[in-house]
Design a protein around this ligand. Structure first.
Ligand SMILES: [Zn+2]
Length: 320
């Protein structure tokens, strides 16, 4: 653990994270407080870890189960190539939703109720601005993610697969709160033009108002901090207050959530003037330093324990 004088970082408010000599990255923050934030492992170091594939399991060496994923804190759970969900984790309150964002028993996608309600409202608002959104992917079970990853490995090899697809257990889609969104009428999500399309720009400007944040922003600095390539289509529901705080912080969600889990949650960043706070939002006061026991510990190896089940039949034609 390392004590980080956050006040000192005000001067570097435009910097997303500060590199440590050991290769770790400490989340930069703007708040008049001193908080002990353990360094988050750098993506460059995580991505050098071996992927261990056995006949019945697949995992990243040294991966650990993320904190709080089983509780109401699912919104803040850090998921990256280091932190994972249990292979048996299935979110509660999953509801069906159509690709047009209508909650219906006829829907082909599943989302956690909170995320589905917010997404449905966002689709309506987008429509009013002449933006026709469509769902490309939503909740994905561990088994589905395993099939998607296996397909990428077969197609492109292990090294490319881990770049474009989450190893099962590490996907935010398993939370049931994350969607891949495209346009019903405009540029396809897979086009290089999608990030600058009307749809993507509308999402960048408005998704936070509905509680969604973009997990993997563009730019090499952001990619180095989020551990995945830029994905303009991948949006995670975290709730309105948290989404507002994340966009305000100008940090990538992975860094913000890490900071929050370790006592830096009351961070109001330098970009707040550009965003509208949710109705009734109250500026939080600084929170105390968390006890040392909350610092996550690493287990020596990945050990997905799910026993082999029937092969999933879904064809992974959706974005990673
Ligand atoms: Zn996605």
């Amino acid at each position: 653990m390392r004590i980080v004088p956050l006040l000192a970082l005000i001067l570097g408010a435009s910097v997303l994270g500060a590199a440590l000599p050991g290769g770790g990255v400490v989340a930069a923050a703007v708040a008049p407080q001193t908080v002990a934030v353990p360094p988050i492992t750098a993506c460059s170091a995580i991505n050098k870890r071996k992927i261990i594939i056995t006949r019945t399991s697949i995992g990243i060496q040294g991966a650990v189960t993320t904190k709080n994923w089983r509780t109401s804190q699912w919104a803040a759970a850090v998921l990256d190539p280091m932190y994972r969900l249990s292979s048996s984790y299935r979110p509660t309150n999953l509801v069906r939703i159509t690709w047009r964002g209508v909650i219906s028993t006829k829907g082909g996608y599943w989302l956690k109720r909170e995320a589905a309600d917010a997404l449905s409202a966002m689709f309506v608002e987008a429509k009013a601005s002449n933006i026709s959104l469509k769902i490309l992917s939503a909740y994905r079970s561990y088994a589905t993610q395993r099939a998607i990853f296996a397909k990428w490995v077969a197609k492109s090899g292990l090294q490319l697969a881990r770049k474009y697809s989450a190893v099962p257990g590490h996907s935010e889609h398993q939370l049931g709160t994350t969607v891949d969104l495209g346009s019903l009428t405009g540029v396809s999500w897979s086009s290089p033009k999608f990030p600058t399309s009307q749809t993507a720009l509308w999402l960048e400007a408005n998704a936070y108002k509905f509680g969604f944040v973009r997990s993997y922003p563009a730019g090499s600095a952001n990619v180095a901090l989020s551990c995945y390539g830029a994905e303009a289509w991948h949006w995670r529901y975290v709730g309105k207050d948290l989404a507002y705080e994340i966009v305000c912080s100008a940090q990538v969600p992975r860094i913000f959530l890490w900071n929050r889990q370790n006592g830096g949650e009351r961070v109001i960043g330098p970009a707040c003037d550009s965003f509208t706070p949710p109705e009734g939002y109250v500026l939080p006061s600084p929170s105390p330093t968390p006890p040392a026991s909350e610092v996550p510990t690493e287990s020596p190896s990945a050990s997905p324990t799910e026993s082999p089940t029937a092969s999933p039949t879904e064809t992974p034609v959706t974005p990673p």
